[in-house]
Design a protein around this ligand. Sequence first.
Ligand SMILES: Cc1ncc(COP(=O)(O)O)c(C=O)c1O
Length: 436
Amino acid sequence: MGLQGQETADWFARARTSLVAGVSSGFRYWGDDDTLVIDRGEGAYVYDMDGNRYVDYQMGFGPVILGHGDAAVASAVAEAAKAGTTFAMTQAREVEAAEKVRDAVGYVDALRFTNTGTEATMHAIRLARAYTGRELIVKYEGCYHGAHDYVLFSTASAPVDHLGARRSPVPWQQSSGIPGAIRGLVRTIPFNDADALERLFRSEGHAIAALIAEPMMGNCFGIMPLPGYLEDVRRLCDEHGVLLIFDEVKTGFRIAFGGAEEVFGVSADIGTFAKSMGNGFPVAAIGGKADVMAAWAEGGVMQAGTYSGNGVAAAAANATLDALASGEPHRHMDEIGGALMEGLARICDEFSVPAHVIGHPTMFSVFFGEEPPRDLRDTARHDSALYGRVAAEMIRRGVMPVDDALEPWFLCAAHSVEDVAMSLEAFADGLKAALG
Ligand SMILES: Cc1ncc(COP(=O)(O)O)c(C=O)c1O
């Protein structure tokens, strides 16, 4: 694509001399000529080292829900930093933040903080294994739950022809370095297929500790659960004594203040939360029903973290959750995200490009194909080359979704009606250019 101006290219060359491949997270590497180095963010915008401004729909891969540099979060964090952030004891800000999470999410009676989504899902899985005395974990093809060994199977990066048969899926391993024994403890299934889950539970339910699920596929186009599907999942988990973990690292506090339960009406036994809880500051949590969470208090189940619940993270969570609790950010995002979804669909129609804009107004994606996808396997029908060209054209025009439609566009409270209009123009022009 050649997205780097001179200053950005110079900074990236410098980054590569100290950071491996010039990045701190593998997902940030877009290729030698296209990996950007960012100077700052303001509201819905990011600025690269050349001063180019982009309307940002990546929002740091989802956490920045109020906008970059939100003033209330920044001042709460500054105050907390001055008060000393990490102690070997519980602190008041942490208690306040815990109360806010508990009060917002119906199925959370108690929680513990951690720092990242990866840590949260790792602890949730250990807790589920300890609580049930079982070892197997079930995850959906196309869902991502962080970078630890337990869950790096059949993520959305999996080539669909490596997933095995729908009736008997094969876990696809995303990385070298994962012990073979771990793979034997994971079962993978397609999303939105209650029969597949029932078959698996009938044969192995007695050995399954938990089903870990993104309640909508936040790492795979934002595919939504079909009506009644999550209810079936809940019922089957109850019938087989399997804990249901909602990984709400992306959906939590984003699709609604109360997350998936508020939108879909189904509750989990354990939930993991991160991203939108802290507007970009590293704060995460594992919460759930009282009897499950009590396993930590009863002893013998390890959970710990030097920085967990630190003052800066707790202050960020307090300020973010206070802002979200007013309801105004969600009203705004639902409205302009809805308008953006409608506008994108209309433009595809105008160009006679078969497409579906799928997901939730606060996180959605564009699928270029005839029938909307229900699961990862269906996404093989998406025209990813066309999408990549459209995204590149949009980025050149100052509007920045991720260049791969697997990753949703994320709205924040600072996106404006004007941003939406500019984004739709960039999409229309980008689609025209991409179609040649
Ligand atoms: C659903 C989900 N779970 C877990 C994670 C891992 O979170 P983190 O990157 O904070 O470790 C992610 C990251 O994108 C995610 O989308």
